[in-house]
Design a protein around this ligand. Structure first.
Ligand code: ZN
Length: 428
């Protein structure tokens, strides 16, 4: 489907091979491999509620990685999906009397405009689940053929033939074991599974945590031709697995998402891919922390959402929202507050004030310091502090003697505005 438009940043004079990033699967910081084909898959939204700050935090996090690679001159392939058919979307559409397709289209459009405002680089492939049902069907058929998927028999006259992934069969046939990607313990996996789309009580499943691959047709639900699977619609984890396998190398470099995707979503997307072709889904699994508000995790189910679009309607500049997000380390869980936003607005104003001085130095020192900070597990808060230090120096020097420092004559050195946009996506 249509993506959005964000200007690509300039390449910057930095080394490409410095980045170490925390990998959830190995629980260690490491250099992401396969940079000859730098490739990124970030799980997209289910479009039934507009972009909240938790979403924005995740996409801005992975935009840092994308910008880091691009600044280094690496060609990057970035894929993001839109889960534009799924239970929560259909339930919301029914509850509000809206056609599910219209709801998905409207919310996806709002998401695009939020991403554009936040200066998040657009994916190279922005793909809807409804556009890729054929890919899912082929993947599920392959899993059925090799014995890692099975159809659940109908119970009490209910529909027959929903297809599930067999954890036990996949563990026997591949290197993947349950928990090896998301690194949650078995008790925690069992605890979160029902809240994240899982159905441990479903009769006929071989393992309570076996995830759905293909849901056969029910009256009133949208369905697609599933060939040997029968008419139906895709499960969630196989959607991302199938899209990534079609559009990215196997394995691709980084799988990204919020930490609530560690299990079951990323655990099973990876397991499905490995069960199909024996290869890992991705080399590195990276997860962004959760954003809280008024003491709770910001989530649709709790109804405590702060929406990017609402803040923008209130006249808040998107660059200040972005600066507020970046002032927290991406792996931290943190709380959104009006004070955090006010501080970010002050910082943006101060950076602009410094950029307005003729005496402002070139950006080489800021570039080196910000790149060093980001190389350590994308430490954006430290990079913002470098911008603060530069602004302080520039404003102090100007106060002492506004004629003492001539602007740099070195045309190859990037200016600070180019560095701030290139590495941090802050359009000042
Ligand atoms: Zn996904």
């Amino acid at each position: 489907m249509e993506s959005w438009n964000t200007p690509l940043p300039a390449r910057l004079p930095v080394q490409p091979d410095r980045l170490k990033i925390h990998d959830t699967s190995s629980q260690a910081e490491r250099h992401p491999g396969n940079l000859a084909e730098a490739s990124l898959y970030v799980c997209g939204i289910t479009p039934y509620d507009a972009t909240h700050l938790g979403h924005a935090n995740t996409y801005v996090t992975f935009d840092l990685l994308n910008r880091y690679w691009r600044a280094c001159g690496l060609p990057v392939t970035y894929v993001q999906n839109v889960t534009d058919v799924d239970d929560p979307l259909l339930e919301r559409a029914t509850a509000t009397g809206v056609d599910w397709r219209d709801l998905a289209a409207d919310q996806t459009e709002l998401f695009r405009s939020d991403m554009e405002a936040l200066n998040v680089l657009a994916p190279d492939h922005y793909v809807g689940a409804t556009e890729t049902v054929d890919w899912v069907v082929q993947s599920v058929e392959a899993l059925v053929d090799n014995g890692t998927a099975y159809a659940v028999p109908g119970v009490d006259g209910g529909p027959d033939g929903d297809v599930y992934f067999s954890i036990d069969a996949a563990e026997a046939a591949t290197d993947w074991t349950l928990g090896s990607i998301g690194r949650l313990g078995s008790e925690e996996m069992s605890a979160v599974f029902p809240d994240r789309g899982g159905d441990p009580e479903r009769p006929g499943k071989r393992h309570p945590l076996d995830p759905l691959l293909w849901r056969v047709a029910r009256p009133g639900e949208p369905t697609w031709d599933g060939r040997s699977l029968g008419a139906g619609r895709p499960g969630w984890h196989i959607e991302c697995s199938a899209i990534a396998r079609r559009l990215l190398p196997a394995p691709f470099t980084v799988q990204g998402g919020g930490s609530d995707l560690r299990f079951p979503h990323h655990e099973f997307s990876a397991a499905h891919a490995t069960a199909a072709d024996g290869k890992p889904l991705a080399g590195t699994f990276v997860h962004a922390g959760m954003v809280g508000y008024e003491g709770e995790k910001m989530s649709k189910s709790l109804g405590n959402l702060v929406l990017v679009s609402r803040l923008r309607q209130q006249g808040i500049e998107a660059v200040a929202i972005r600066a507020a997000l970046l002032s927290n380390h991406y792996r931290a869980d943190w709380e959104w507050t009006p004070e955090l936003l006010r501080q970010a607005m002050d910082r943006v104003a101060r950076w602009r004030q410094a950029l307005g001085l003729e005496t402002a130095e070139d950006g080489s020192a800021v570039l080196a310091a910000a790149h060093r900070a980001l190389s350590h597990d994308l430490d954006a808060p430290a990079a913002l502090t470098e911008l603060d230090r530069w602004a302080e120096r520039a404003l102090d020097r100007n106060a002492v003697d506004q004629y003492s420092a001539a602007p740099s004559s070195d045309l190859s050195a990037p200016d600070v505005r180019t560095v701030a946009n290139g590495l941090l996506g802050l359009m000042l």
